[in-house]
Design a protein around this ligand. Sequence first.
Ligand code: PRX
Length: 650
Amino acid sequence: MTDDPQQLEPSPEFRARARVRSRADYEALHRESLADPETFWSRELAGLLGGWSSVRQGELPDATWFHGATLNVSERCLDRHLTGPARHKAALIWEGEPQDAHGQPETRTLTYLQLHREVVRLAAALTALGVGAGDRVIIYMGMVPEAIVAMLACARLGAVHSVVFGGFAAEALHSRIVDCEARLVITQDGAWRRGSVVPMKPVVDAALALSPGVAKVIVLRRVAAALPVNMTPGRDLWWDDALALAHPSTPSAPAQVDAEHPLFILYTSGSTGKPKGVLHSSAGYLAGAYLSARHVLDLQPDDLLWCTADIGWITGHSYVVYGPLANAATVLIYEGAPNAPDPGRIWQIVERHRVTILYTAPTAIRAFMRWGDAWPAAHELGSLRLLGTVGEPIGPDAWHWYQRTIGGGRCPIVDTWWQTETGSIMLSTLPGAVPARPGRAGLPFFGVDAAVVHPDGRPCAADETGLLVLRRAWPSMLRTIWGNHERFLAGYFAPIAGVYFTGDSARVDADGYVTVLGRVDDVLNVAGHRIGTAEIEAAIGTHPAVAESAAVGRPDDLKGQALVVFVTLKLGHHASPALHDEILAQVAHEVGKFARPDELRFTEALPKTRSGKIMRRFLKEIAAGRETTGDTSTLEDLGVLARLRAAPEE
Ligand code: PRX
């Protein structure tokens, strides 16, 4: 990424309304958050959370927060607003993808009161079905209001939800169901995506054929006649029939749980073939999501926030659901693709609903750029006042385009760096307090002690590239990897003594702005999706013709990184276009279509070090540097190339 010396100051109007208005004020608060967390969190969380006897116990890696407080996260996001001015305020404004003959989509608005009612009803139904505190519930749904109802209903019972992104295939869903030992699955018949129906219940059926532990499946009707589904008697219930099960005497009071009670598990890719079940707590997670939404997204009472992330990812958890609702904000959710039926759709939605805050991913911004300026130009985008990005580095080109063409030169941009594991935004600029610098995420959020260090832990000098670490525990950090605390310790704390290792490289400029450069481990970021190379290799390895494979990323203008796999075949199998397509299909089948490699190259042997390790760096260079012939039946002799280079041990 090229350096861009420019910076963008917040406008006086923006600054005047913001909660933090100068760098000095930000610094004073940041200092306080680290030096005197008790005072800081007591004041900042007033009204949301209180009653703890100690703000933090212990240090990294096993710190706990807000000891002695009890809460119910759903109650903090809903019930507590019902006695105030937000009672009849819209919590969710939903727009479906299909449009009628006049170009009108289906829309629904749920006020806080209405959303609360739906959540209480579903929670009662879940209770009737035997779900209680601590039980795991899988949510496999698209972007419909009921997905959020389901999350909050679990939270209301103290049950632990695990949302699985709707793009995952049956095998991936199955492994998550098994890993967390879920007893119930909530799904929908199918979802609308780019004008067609994506089956969901049939995927659940296939996953459950392999995992008999699930007792019940609740199915929302979304596409109805467009996709008839089979219902297994005794196991599957329609959503409405489940609601009818709830006995009027079922207690509707939310379960009060300890601060550290688990709220959810979210699976993410790591450096082995098995996804990690990142476990988040109740109070600490909520505190982080609430405060960052408030300060970084600058939520004000009259805002309409559109965070375009799917609820299957952490961004959807923290900035579609928990952060905004804890702030009594109004959230827009959209079911479908941003370019359905044409690339004007996203801007039409902004205009129709008067979105004020748009939070999306660089890969999406690059796609919008490519689709052309005529699409946004055809819509009135004057309601927008703040723009955000998340998920990968944003190059200056995309940053400037976003700022100029979408923000009309008037909106601050927040480039927010964080991870599934961190639970909430860790690095950003506070939009009314400090200027944004293109391509740089910015400064540590409150409670965050970030540094860039050498592998031995020594801090890097200004502008020197090193490894991004977090040196102190923060409230919304993951508490463990579900069922595998050793992996938690080994993955995040063993690499560099005494600190949390993020897996990213970065550098800090003389003013303290952090530029995050990308992953240094075997995790790829493909079109905003976090993909583990080992997961892809494991999926490819299930094809009977495959001997071995190696997945690497190569830079891609649109996707950030594209996924390239090198495959060697077992004796007796020969490279062919048909085999090429079969292996790609295998990945779609095992993991999901979104993880299908962009390029597959057959090779006679994978280049290895003398000790047998695949030379990934070499493969990355080949993937990035050399044009392929496009002939999918060619065998490349990478071994010869590797020998010629006489590469040192990696
Ligand atoms: O490499 C960093 C990149 O996304 C990774 C985390 O991915 P995930 O857990 O899926 O969460 C994504 C949404 C929070 C990080 O390790 N990343 C995230 N945000 C940024 C980023 N890279 C650069 N700049 C960002 N703003």
